[in-house]
Design a protein. Structure first.
Length: 417
């Protein structure tokens, strides 16, 4: 039976959702024993785990301009400095525990849903000849900072062929790159009949329907976006599906609200059936997370997103705008104008929906089959008792330092030619 180790990081929910979705998909195909490990929560200190999740959320909510400035700075960083990038400090804190996990579980394939996992494997391979194949997924429609430090994985799945050049420019070889897409819930590809979906959730079949799935964030979260939407559609007949996720406070606030005549609201807490609600929607109002964008594209639902958001989400939305399947707004006035246009001209909405078909991918299925097709690993010569696990971190850190020094020497030599 194939053994597959999935490495994730809690930085929002997308990385964990993709990890869990992949585990379920592999289980449905049979023939694999799958284990998910949260790199930072399992092998690093509480501080690093907090920074990756809560620290990130605080940064984009309260210090968005500063966060975006750092993001754009590191996107322009010289890829030859991959062994000295800021993420190396965090990654080196996990390599000892990760190596112990690899020797204990002995996976045939390691799959990463975050660049930390790809970097950790790249660093370990500087010292140890890992016999397992390594695969990672980029979960944004852009080459985000620090992926260049994960260059040692065997395969990197990217959103599509449009992104191969970006990663080759960072040092990846073209044969490493799999343009399979983002591994999101494949049920979004099985869009149910709109009328039937609306009946199931108690909506009218013939009324324009907006779905809101925003989460916490830069406009005060989903509740602030919800209030902006109510103002934008005031005086119109419209149905709203509000997905609050685990935000019970916002859910309770909406439960207590009274809405003007003509506006009907389905207030939803946490749900694992997002595809059903997407099937009922004409358009989704959402932020631009890579997984969320992919789910809406797969469901053929056009997206409207605010322009003020984290830099990688801006890139996701800009890509979708270029493809003709998304729109963005700066303020409530622009949001009102966009919604009025879509409500008054169904042809525009239909054309946007049709364009999604060129972007839809069943990446979770394709990646699962691909990993199951990879060869079994032979750990002969890399037995646990032969490795001094207490020395792994120090040894790998020294190797990373030497690799960085060698890269800089080559860089200087190239400049002097």
């Amino acid at each position: 039976m194939k053994r597959i180790l999935i490495l994730t990081v809690t930085a929002g929910n997308a990385h964990n959702a993709c990890a869990l979705g992949m585990k379920k998909k592999l289980a449905s195909l049979g023939g694999a024993e799958v284990k998910i490990v949260d790199l930072l929560k399992t092998f690093s200190g509480r501080t690093n785990a907090w920074v990756a999740d809560s620290g990130y959320a605080i940064s984009v909510r309260n210090f968005l301009d500063l966060y975006n400035a750092f993001y754009r700075y590191y996107r322009k960083a010289d890829p030859s400095k991959r062994y000295a990038c800021p993420s190396q400090v965090t990654v080196l804190s996990v390599v000892g525990g990760l190596m112990e996990e690899i020797l204990s579980f002995r996976p045939d394939v390691i799959y990463c849903t975050h660049f930390y996992g790809a970097i950790a494997l790249t660093d370990l391979k500087l010292v140890y000849a890992l016999p397992c194949k390594t695969v990672a997924s980029c979960l944004d429609y852009v080459n985000s900072p620090f992926w260049e430090a994960g260059i040692g994985v065997d395969y990197l799945s990217v959103p599509g062929c449009d992104f191969i050049g970006e990663f080759v420019a960072e040092g990846f070889r073209e044969e490493q790159i799999l343009p399979m897409g983002l591994p999101v819930d494949e049920r979004t590809l099985e869009r149910a009949d709109k009328a039937e979906a609306r009946r199931k959730i108690g909506l009218k079949e013939d009324v324009f329907t907006v779905m809101v799935m925003f989460g916490g964030g830069y406009w005060g979260g989903g509740f602030a976006i919800f209030k902006s939407l109510l103002k934008a559609v005031s005086g119109r007949k419209v149905q709203i599906i509000m997905i609050n996720g685990k935000n019970e406070r916002d859910f309770k606030k909406i439960e207590k609200m009274n809405f003007e005549e003509g506006i009907d609201v389905v207030n939803v807490g946490f749900t694992d059936n997002v595809p059903l609600y997407l099937s009922a929607a004409d358009v989704i109002l959402s932020k631009g997370g890579g997984a969320s964008v992919t789910e809406t594209v797969n469901a053929s639902v056009p997206m409207i997103a605010p322009e003020r958001m984290a830099a990688q989400e801006q890139s996701n939305v800009e890509y979708m705008k270029r493809k003709g399947v998304a729109l963005s707004f700066k303020n409530e006035k622009e949001l009102k104008g966009l919604l009025s246009t879509l409500m008054d001209d169904p042809n525009i909405l239909r054309q946007m929906s049709e364009k999604t078909y060129f972007l839809r991918k069943n990446a979770i299925n394709d990646l699962a089959h691909f990993m199951l097709s990879l060869p079994d690993a032979d750990y002969t010569g890399l037995e646990r008792e032969k490795i001094d696990l207490s020395e792994v971190k120090r040894t790998v850190a020294a190797a990373v330092k030497n690799a960085n020094r060698a890269m800089q020497i080559r860089r200087k030599d190239a400049k002097n030619r």
